[in-house]
Design a protein around this ligand. Structure first.
Ligand SMILES: Cc1cc2nc3c(=O)[nH]c(=O)nc-3n(C[C@H](O)[C@H](O)[C@H](O)COP(=O)(O)OP(=O)(O)OC[C@H]3O[C@@H](n4cnc5c(N)ncnc54)[C@H](O)[C@@H]3O)c2cc1C
Length: 375
């Protein structure tokens, strides 16, 4: 059994930020990570990935990205930044240690892992909002002879050169994967089930998230109404491209659905130019033929499903489920923030960038623990 003041579970962006902030508050902590490295999700993402949020608002507390790094750092540059961060703060995770059960006894939080048991006054859950890939299923999928991947398994379009690939979904990963496939010599199509919002990543050379920050105190519906004419001008009419538009704007979308609108880095242009075609939702699959619900059909060689992730904290944290409902709010609005010493870092989907929000969460949590320790 190991004892510490605060146990951090997960050593990626949220876990490292939490560790640095606890150090600044002189709080004793341990950090456990189920894999054998820090920032594992970023090591495993597809190769073309760059941050969609600009670096000025995507750094962790107390350390900026190097000035030589471009405005939108690459996946590898994010990994390098996280490694530098770990080194600079001397963060020393206990690797290959997965939290299997976390519950409160009369005094402490007790975290059972595959190795040992940890007792702590406080626990910070930093296991990620995008953890467990949603299962890929379509009627008739078992008859499809080609490769079927979830987007988390996709690495590079060069694996699909010359192939007809159907990308399912229209989130930021799906849309960048479609570009990557086209650039690497595949023929991508997209199957889009739901209505979407599209915003350009930059507006007149300024990152859109910087503008979003300026408006972050306005009610989302009001800010969307102000932005709507400009977005129409910049993005054009997406319904002419076979897409359905959500009846409310991007900020309302984040608030209502906890889903991120498309921060477009060129997919719309590729669709307009005919490099990427758009299909309706999949009805069923028969061999290589994919049938769509609008009655159209087409042959494909591979499917990449950009269909998102589930969260899995309910599987290993034993608390009243209302604690998880609370995560639909940013930390300082959470009803149960820090209740009994349990904190969550990095779960609220933010209109101004997830990494920026993680930094704010980590600072708020560390300050709250320090305040409680002084009492
Ligand atoms: C493809 C993609 C692109 C993104 N791009 C951006 C972007 O441009 N800008 C932005 O601001 N945000 C972006 N995000 C959102 C967010 O910033 C990242 O997902 C970020 O990695 C979240 O960090 P995290 O530490 O909260 O979670 P994760 O990075 O998912 O890390 C969770 C860590 O916890 C570990 N873990 C999980 N369960 C356990 C357990 N039971 N016990 C021990 N360890 C465990 C995991 O192994 C992992 O290391 C992106 C997300 C994705 C998926």
């Amino acid at each position: 059994m190991k004892k510490t003041n605060t146990l951090i579970v997960g050593a990626s962006v949220s876990g490292l930020a939490s560790a640095a902030c606890l150090q600044k508050q002189n709080i004793d902590y341990l950090i456990i990570e189920k894999t054998n490295s820090i920032g594992t999700p970023w090591r495993n993402h597809y190769h073309r990935l760059h941050l969609h949020t600009n670096k000025r608002i995507s750094n962790l507390p107390y350390k900026k990205f190097d000035s030589a790094i471009p405005r939108y750092p690459s996946r590898q540059q994010v990994v390098d930044y996280l490694e530098d961060y770990q080194r600079e703060f001397g963060i020393d995770p206990i690797f290959n240690t997965e939290a299997k059960g976390i519950k409160k006894d009369a005094v402490d939080w007790v975290t059972e892992t595959n190795n040992e048991t940890f007792h702590s006054r406080y626990v910070i859950i930093a296991t990620g909002a995008f953890t467990k890939p949603k299962p890929v299923y379509f009627k008739g999928i078992e008859t499809f002879p080609g490769k079927i991947l979830h987007s988390y398994e996709y690495k590079t379009g060069s694996d699909f050169k010359g192939q007809k690939v159907l990308v399912v979904g229209f989130g930021n990963s799906a849309c960048e994967i479609a570009i990557d496939l086209y650039e690497q010599g595949a023929q991508p199509s997209m199957s889009v089930r739901s209505p979407v919002n599209v915003i350009p990543r930059d507006v007149f050379g300024i990152p859109i998230l910087e503008l979003s920050l300026l408006m972050s105190n306005l009610p989302p519906g009001f800010a969307d109404a102000i932005n709507a004419p400009l977005l129409r001008l910049l993005v054009g009419n997406i319904t002419k491209l076979g897409l359905k538009r959500l009846p409310y704007g991007p900020l309302e979308q984040i608030r209502k659905n906890a889903s991120i609108p498309l921060l477009d880095i060129g997919t719309i242009k590729h669709i307009r130019e005919g490099h990427v075609s758009v299909h309706d939702d999949i009805d069923h699959i028969e061999g290589r033929t994919i049938y769509f619900i609008d009655g159209k059909k087409q042959l494909f060689d591979a499917i990449v499903a950009g269909i998102g992730y589930y969260r899995d904290y309910e599987e290993f944290i034993e608390v009243d489920p209302s604690r998880f409902e609370d995560l639909k709010q940013r930390v300082h609005k959470q009803k149960y923030f820090g209740k009994d010493g349990l904190y969550f870092c990095g779960f609220w989907i933010s209109p101004t960038g997830q990494i920026r929000e993680i930094g704010l969460d980590a600072r708020t949590i560390a300050k709250d623990i320090a305040r409680k320790e002084k009492v």
